[in-house]
Design a protein around this ligand. Structure first.
Ligand SMILES: [Zn+2]
Length: 154
């Protein structure tokens, strides 16, 4: 089932007020049909992907918490990543997006929430977990004016 309402709900907290790429990133995500398919993964499978990704990026593990309330935001706090089923939080694409935030913040990269460093991590995750090949994401980012960090990896 295609989700036509994919969007990003409010987060638990923001580090920087400036988030200059956020709208372009959301627009780009909505254009990728594969990212809008409701995969409805189990909590166990979401946790398995999360643990694997955290080990791959050498950051602390996070406990995945599924909630089901339209009013509750996504976000991460106290080593927990909250995914809201009411906002399609049991989808792999949503998990990878939130994981990219978690990894970015664990590494204390101090970039904008959806800035070039976030995008680099996000694209690494999308490619690694077979949701979207890196080469396609690079072209899409160019199309939507989304900048990706291309320097030495951290
Ligand atoms: Zn985000």
């Amino acid at each position: 089932m295609i989700n036509h309402y994919y969007t990003h709900p409010p987060k638990l907290y923001k580090r920087l007020a400036k988030d200059s790429q956020v709208h372009s990133v959301y627009q780009m995500e909505k254009s990728i049909v594969g990212m809008c398919v409701n995969t409805h993964m189990s909590l166990e499978d979401l946790q398995t992907v999360s643990d694997h990704a955290c080990r791959k990026f050498k950051v602390q593990l996070a406990e995945i918490v599924l909630v089901n309330s339209p009013g509750q935001p996504f976000g991460w706090a106290d080593h927990k990543i909250y995914l809201n089923i009411a906002w399609h939080g049991d989808n792999l694409s949503v998990l990878l997006h939130e994981l990219a935030h978690w990894i970015h913040d664990c590494k204390d990269l101090r970039g904008e929430d959806h800035g070039p460093l976030f995008m680099r991590i996000y694209i690494d995750l999308l490619d690694a977990y077979k949701l979207m090949p890196r080469a396609c994401m690079v072209v899409l980012c160019e199309t939507y004016g989304v900048e990706i960090y291309k320097g030495e990896w951290i």
